[in-house]
Design a protein around this ligand. Structure first.
Ligand SMILES: Nc1ncnc2c1ncn2[C@@H]1O[C@H](COP(=O)(O)OP(=O)(O)O)[C@@H](O)[C@H]1O
Ligand SMILES: [Mg+2]
Length: 490
């Protein structure tokens, strides 16, 4: 029997405080971070009171040259005792906290190196501990051990006003960065978790640092749009979930020699959620998101637009991690079918031709790329472009029916409640009737429903601002009035 295990990729494994950490393809991950921020560790489960850890690495430009910026945000439960612990972790204004101080005391070579390069903060930390400043690390020695490798890692530890988030931050010049820096930073992050959660709290846990197989964040923030937030459009959402699965499991695709869809065209009236679906799909995959806006392509100079589009696709061939490229309102970028012979339409036709060719080549060459194009006017997009076979998935995104509108109202209102209600502040009254709202809002899109809510929110906020509080929650009548208002204004 042939053993296929040799073909399976294994990451580099290291131990930290009783936990096992696997780093999968760290070099690629660091390379990818040059182009787009990379989120790591999303899937992990954490000991109380730590709720989640957002760890990322991103390229940044500094006056001294490009760097890799490592950052970690450790969120804890909003409990007094975790606040207390966090304050202890970070001493006063000093960016080097107790965490680092403790490690120095224990003679941790990694921490010592990190602190060495923080400058005055390190001096303060040493003074607190009653230690002499240690000798400077040897300058131009090649990194041989982990401790050596982290020379130059400038780590700071701070906490948020709320007292529930600890942040760690470090930068390494881009040309010097190695997987050892990543490993050191992960170690430091785990050390901070350990300080918060107590000794042995990491024992037996396993963490995977990788760019692959990242499920969507469990707790969506306001900026994070997820497929769960989409109302109606059940089949479209189901199809996008399937595509996301295929992107999250490249190994399965490879095993069966299968090709996953790489071109999606979404069409439908304005405001029906096409842009939202694209962003949500990127989140569902854990893909990087790159939106190509019309001004980025169209150039008034002869040949400029062609050059721009070629450059965009040239960059795209180099994406090493799943990346969703969104050509939003595609019709404004690419030619109108059979447009006139004037210079402007000729330029557009040239762009369309190049787009077709580039899209073919790109999909052939780079399986990490997913191209999504949206349009409000499918009949305007050059037929041959759509039929070129490169948009393997075409999705109609229609206006919502009554049941879908009820669902959109429900999801939006739930989202607002989750984001804004707190003890002592009720945003919506108990008399809401989603069926009646759905019925009254005949003909509206998701964007319209959002506008209905926005107007009511603003009216309430203004009333609050003028009267200094004591404003009643949003009622069914007020929502219905806002629906009628918006319908009447068109
Ligand atoms: N089906 C839907 N479910 C939930 N929200 C929606 C839906 N359709 C539209 N919206 C809301 O309307 C906003 C605008 O929609 P958008 O995605 O820009 O529409 P389009 O790109 O089709 O013009 C979205 O950000 C979202 O808040
Ligand atoms: Mg849109």
């Amino acid at each position: 029997m042939p053993d296929a295990s040799f073909a399976r990729q294994r990451g580099e494994i290291f131990e930290y405080a009783g936990a096992t950490v696997e780093m999968v393809d760290a070099a690629t991950l660091l390379a990818a971070a040059r182009v787009n921020p990379v989120d790591l560790l999303r899937q992990a489960s954490w000991p109380e009171p730590v709720k989640r850890v957002d760890l990322s690495v991103a390229g940044a430009d500094r006056p001294g040259g490009p760097v890799h910026a490592f950052s970690a945000a450790i969120s804890t439960a909003d409990e007094p005792y975790s606040k207390e612990r966090i304050r202890k972790l970070v001493l006063g204004q000093d960016p080097v906290g107790l965490l680092l101080a403790k490690r120095i005391e224990q003679g941790d070579p990694i921490t010592t190196r990190i602190v060495d390069s923080v400058g005055s903060a390190a001096v303060a930390a040493y003074r607190k501990l009653g230690l002499d400043r240690p000798t400077q690390p040897a300058a131009n020695r090649r990194p041989a051990t982990l401790a050596d490798a982290v020379v130059g890692l400038q780590a700071t530890v701070t906490y948020d006003e709320s007292g529930t988030v600890v942040r760690l931050f470090a930068e390494v010049p881009r040309d010097d960065v190695t997987p050892a820096h990543l490993q050191a930073f992960v170690g430091l992050t785990l050390q901070a978790v350990l300080e918060l959660a107590g000794e042995n709290s990491l024992t037996g846990r396993k963490f995977v640092i990788s760019r692959d197989a990242v499920p969507p964040r469990t707790a969506p923030t306001t900026q994070t749009v997820t497929l769960d937030m989409v109302g109606g459009l059940t089949e479209v959402v189901a199809e996008l979930r399937e595509i996301a699965v295929s992107f999250r499991h490249p190994e399965a695709m490879e095993r069966w020699g299968a090709r996953r869809p790489q071109g999606i065209l979404m069409y439908g009236p304005p405001g029906t959620g096409k842009t939202m679906l694209s962003r949500a799909l990127a989140n569902e995959i854990g893909a990087d998101f790159r939106e190509i806006r019309t001004p980025e392509i169209l150039d008034k100079w002869l040949g400029g637009s062609e050059r721009n589009i070629k450059q965009i696709f040239r960059d795209a061939r180099r994406y090493r991690v799943p990346t969703l490229m969104l050509f939003d309102e595609f019709d404004s970028i690419v030619s109108y079918a059979g447009a006139g012979g004037d210079a402007a339409s000729q330029a557009l036709n040239a762009v369309a031709g190049i787009f077709k060719q580039e899209m073919n080549d790109l999909i052939e060459e780079n399986p990490n790329v997913l191209v999504v194009a949206t349009t409000n006017f499918p009949h305007r997009v050059d037929d041959s472009l759509i039929r070129s076979g490169r948009f393997d998935v075409k999705l109609s995104v229609p206006k919502p029916d009554e049941a879908s509108r009820a669902e959109i109202f429900r999801k939006m209102i739930q989202g607002l409640i989750a984001a804004h209600e707190q003890p002592g502040f009720e945003m919506f009254a108990d008399d809401l009737d989603l069926v009646a709202l759905a019925h009254a809002s005949h003909g509206m899109t998701g964007a319209d429903i959002k506008e209905v809510l926005r107007r009511v929110q603003l009216a309430k906020a203004m009333q609050d601002a003028r009267t200094g509080g004591h404003v009643a929650p949003i009622s069914q009548d007020e929502l219905l009035a806002s629906v009628r208002d918006l319908l009447g204004s068109r």
